[in-house]
Design a protein around this ligand. Structure first.
Ligand code: ZN
Length: 481
């Protein structure tokens, strides 16, 4: 505890005696503050929450009124010191100490103490250097004022480097196989057998020595987009030679997380929890394929801003992007799964319009630092043509619906719906948002929690992905025979 720093006994004859006397004076003030009549400040701490993740660890103080604070980053040892003004050392604040988990990537421990009357000091002892970002969020969606301390690691994890580290051996294995025959380019929706056959051929495909993706990423912020339009206007990837094979990369985006729970079922199921479970099951299945790999925009319970989700998918040059959600509606009887693609012209149905509003509100609820949110990037994304992306996304969505329909109790909509979801705006990646079921429907809430149902759903999503690639093989389409 902080108190120790002030209660330490000192040798009054030493050169630092003056400073130490001052410290002792501080200590007596502290004792007064603790034992004298309690100074009650109006600003009550409602809750303290910690969201540890490798991307960043967030500490949130929820209060009745905005909190004034001073912060200081200190080295040797690394620590982050925050003084909260006009705040009492409440039980909620003391609880922060027990909320730091041993596996927190950034924080080793926290010490909280009444620094002086009306000032509470929090000292975060850090595992390594961090880049802190602090900001206040106005009340929204049941939350009061939130003061947010985001501790980013000095070197932020790079999704591309992580993907390459995880799947490099698989890319090599794929590159050493023999070339398959060219997949048929029929126009009908491929049957499951056909798509399995395609995938077996694809898995055995040779790539030749230049086949695999670059072993290291370019120096820039993200890989340059390799996507091109073919004659049909569909997005394809250029071949790197006459016989190119590579791992297909699927970006999986479990919705919400951290401060943003998403929809909440009547039995208390959080959307952010079940969609993460489903995404992890799907990741496992994708990674088990010889020619595919998955990148998750989040694999823990922390918030990822919508724009960052898109940036991560573009960083790894994903072939497909799938955002996974669970629907909610005012009526508990609403049910069924649905799939959405981006819309340039507004939502295609009333449900879609409602969803558009709630999903895009995720950044407000999850909590984004407006100062550092890269508006320039977001703007550039919006300005790009999305017509072909939308067309491909609808084809992808249709393939998914065909498979989900065999698992889900019913489809909420038989066709791919469209809405202006911010998370679907990667201009060069076919992107869909899957509403797996209605969490607001008690029966479907139960299904969403059922591991067996999650497993069936993940299988269906994988089949849908395969069916899409079987009909739209990103490499074969580019081959000059
Ligand atoms: Zn959602």
């Amino acid at each position: 505890m902080l108190i120790k720093r002030f209660a330490r006994s000192d040798d009054a004859s030493s050169p630092n005696a003056g400073r130490r006397r001052a410290l002792r004076a501080g200590a007596s003030t502290l004792v007064l503050a603790l034992t004298g009549p309690r100074l009650a400040f109006a600003n009550a701490i409602v809750a303290v929450r910690v969201w540890p993740a490798r991307d960043y660890t967030r500490v949130t103080l929820e209060t009745d009124n905005p909190v004034k604070f001073q912060q200081q980053l200190m080295e040797s040892p690394n620590r982050f010191v925050i003084d909260l003004d006009e705040v009492d050392l409440s039980p909620a604040l003391r609880d922060l100490v027990s909320k730091i988990q041993p596996n927190d990537p950034q924080i080793m421990q926290v010490r909280v103490g009444q620094f002086k009357p009306g000032v509470v000091r929090m000292v975060f002892d850090l595992k390594a250097g961090v880049k802190p970002q602090s900001f206040t969020l106005p009340p929204v969606a049941g939350y009061k004022y939130r003061t947010v301390f985001d501790l980013y690691p000095a070197v932020e994890p790079d999704p591309l480097m992580e993907l390459l580290a995880k799947s490099g051996h698989k890319a090599e294995a794929l590159a050493q196989n023999t070339p398959p025959s060219r997949p048929s380019s029929g126009t009908g929706t491929p049957s499951t057998e056909e798509s399995e056959a395609f995938f077996q051929r694809y898995a055995q495909r040779d790539a030749g020595p230049r086949a695999s993706r670059p072993a290291s990423p370019p120096a820039g912020d993200r890989m340059p987009s390799l996507a091109q339009r073919n004659d049909d206007g569909l997005l394809t990837l250029p071949s790197r030679g006459p016989k190119t094979a590579r791992l297909l990369t699927i970006a999986l985006d479990p919705g919400h997380g951290g401060e943003d729970p998403g929809a909440i079922g009547s039995s208390g199921t959080y959307e952010k929890v079940v969609v993460l479970q489903i995404a992890k099951r799907l990741r496992e299945k994708i990674d088990a394929q010889p020619n595919m790999r998955a990148m998750m925009t989040r694999d823990a319970d922390f918030f990822v801003p919508l724009g960052v989700r898109v940036q991560k998918a573009r960083r790894v040059d994903a072939d497909l992007f799938m955002s996974i959600h669970a629907d909610a509606f005012t009526s508990p009887s609403a049910n069924g799964a649905s799939v959405f693609a981006l819309s340039e012209r507004g939502a295609t149905s009333a449900t879609a319009r409602l969803l558009e509003k709630t999903q895009n509100a995720s950044d407000l609820i999850g909590g984004v630092n407006i100062k550092t949110n890269d508006r320039a990037v977001a703007h550039a994304l919006l300005d790009m043509s999305t017509t072909a992306q939308i067309r491909d996304s609808k084809v992808f969505g249709t393939a998914l619906l065909a498979e989900i329909g065999t698992v889900a109790d019913r489809l909420h909509s038989k066709y791919v719906e469209q809405a202006a979801f911010a998370v679907l705006k990667a201009p060069d990646i076919p992107s869909v948002l899957v509403e797996t079921a209605f969490i607001s429907n008690p029966k479907e809430e139960q299904s969403l929690n059922d591991p067996a149902y999650q497993e069936r759903l993940a299988n269906a999503l994988l089949k849908g992905i395969k069916a899409y690639f079987a009909k739209n093989p990103p490499l074969a389409k580019n081959r000059t025979a």
